[in-house]
Design a protein around this ligand. Structure first.
Ligand SMILES: *Cc1c(COP(=O)(O)O)cnc(C)c1O
Length: 377
């Protein structure tokens, strides 16, 4: 068998047409028609079917989009920020860039995302918290109604980390459009990629303009270089944006293929002591990564499956290790509402499975057979 990957870039050829145009017009440097085109096409995509308009800013990474979101939210040195705990470190690192202090919030079992009950508890302990950073793990929308209500009750700004969830919807509205400031990623492993890149999304035009200012070195309007604030070089290049425009044409197709992979696993695991990463019935995940959770009365460890797959050239990956378990965040607080932390349990029993859309049905069946063989003695 060929090597089978978790999730890798899939190009279609149209990307090259936009890139070629950038070369033909000798328009390579930051900013330009592909950046403008990509931003407005993404804005149209995110706002389809609803009356609101979203302002978008193409950036060099999802992490830089999150950083600008944290700055827009006004996080200052010493501020408490309530954050998803089970996620990639890039969700929460930007809080540290601004000197804020993350308080981590446990997950619930219905979507594996931030538990609204734990969030409420965190606000009781930290009534001065003014910002919440929420990730939609593996492309599954979080409990947005509950979380937004809690944020409103506490006058808190919501930042959505939709890096993994582009094209996932909650009650027919795109994730990445619910928070005050939102981020998506076009990193190589995401559902569509620009090789590397990200985007900031907000309904607030002046916020978008401020973020543009910061992302382009905080240049004041003057013929010379005039600066009143610290700036960043965070813009996406016109070449890279061309890749994104071509990929966006295939986003729905990618989502459908991911969904097919998820249900392929789900059907095949019917008789095993295993469930798939869950989602709410009124949401449409993008199924970026299919994950399995081994029943807690079963003595097969996810690492056994991981190693067996690896020995066959198949990539899998443990669930994101919760932030409160990371040495770098050893001194940060962690709030959970259940008797025991839910995310520690998901981390201990879960595994991300190959979800590459270039994986054939035969290849997926091969992966499934190997997984099944781990459960029969
Ligand atoms: C990928 C990812 C990011 C960071 O995006 P980059 O484009 O790699 O900087 C942030 N948060 C989550 C949850 C991610 O998966």
């Amino acid at each position: 068998m060929n090597k089978i990957l978790l999730s890798s870039p899939t190009m279609h050829g149209e990307e090259m047409k936009f890139v070629q145009e950038a070369f033909d017009r000798n328009w390579i440097a930051p900013l330009g028609f592909n950046c403008d085109g990509f931003e407005s096409e993404m804005s149209d995509y995110l706002g389809r079917g609803i009356s609101e308009h979203f302002y978008t800013l193409a950036l060099c990474s999802g992490t830089s989009a999150l950083h600008l979101a944290v700055k827009l939210a006004g996080v200052k040195r010493g501020d408490t920020v309530l954050c998803s705990d089970m996620t990639f470190s890039a969700t929460v690192n930007p809080v540290s860039y601004e000197g804020g202090i993350q308080v981590f919030v446990d997950s619930e079992r219905e979507t594996w995302n931030m538990d609204p009950r734990a969030l409420e508890k965190a606000f009781e302990k930290y009534p001065d918290a003014k910002v919440v950073v929420l990730a939609h793990l593996y492309g599954t929308p979080a409990k947005l109604d509950e979380i937004i209500e809690i944020c409103k009750a506490h006058n808190a700004v919501l930042i959505e980390d939709a890096a993994e969830s582009l094209s996932a919807t909650y009650r027919n509205r795109e994730t990445g459009t619910f928070g005050n400031y939102n981020a998506i990623s076009f990193n190589g492993n995401k559902i569509i990629t620009t090789s590397g890149g990200g985007m900031l999304i907000t309904a607030d035009e002046s916020a978008r303009n401020k973020a543009f200012f910061w992302a382009t070195q905080s240049r004041e309007k003057a013929p010379w270089y005039q600066h009143k604030e610290i700036g960043y070089n965070y813009r996406m290049s016109n070449v890279v944006a061309g890749i994104g425009r071509g990929q966006l044409l295939h986003l729905e197709e990618h989502r459908e293929l991911k969904e097919k992979i998820y249900f392929g696993y789900k059907r095949a695991f019917a008789g095993l002591p295993v469930t798939m990463n869950p989602y709410l019935p009124y949401t449409r995940p993008n199924f970026w990564l299919s994950c399995m959770l081994i029943d807690n009365n079963c003595d097969v460890s996810p690492m056994t499956v991981y190693e067996k797959l690896a020995s066959c050239g198949i990539e899998s990956r443990p669930i994101w290790k919760p932030m409160h378990m990371q040495p770098v965040f050893m001194h940060n607080d962690f709030i959970f509402a259940d008797e025991r932390p839910v995310d520690e349990d998901i981390f201990a029993r879960g595994l991300c499975l190959p979800s590459d859309i270039k994986m054939t049905e035969d290849e997926q069946n091969g992966v499934i057979d190997i997984i099944k063989s781990c459960f029969c003695k």
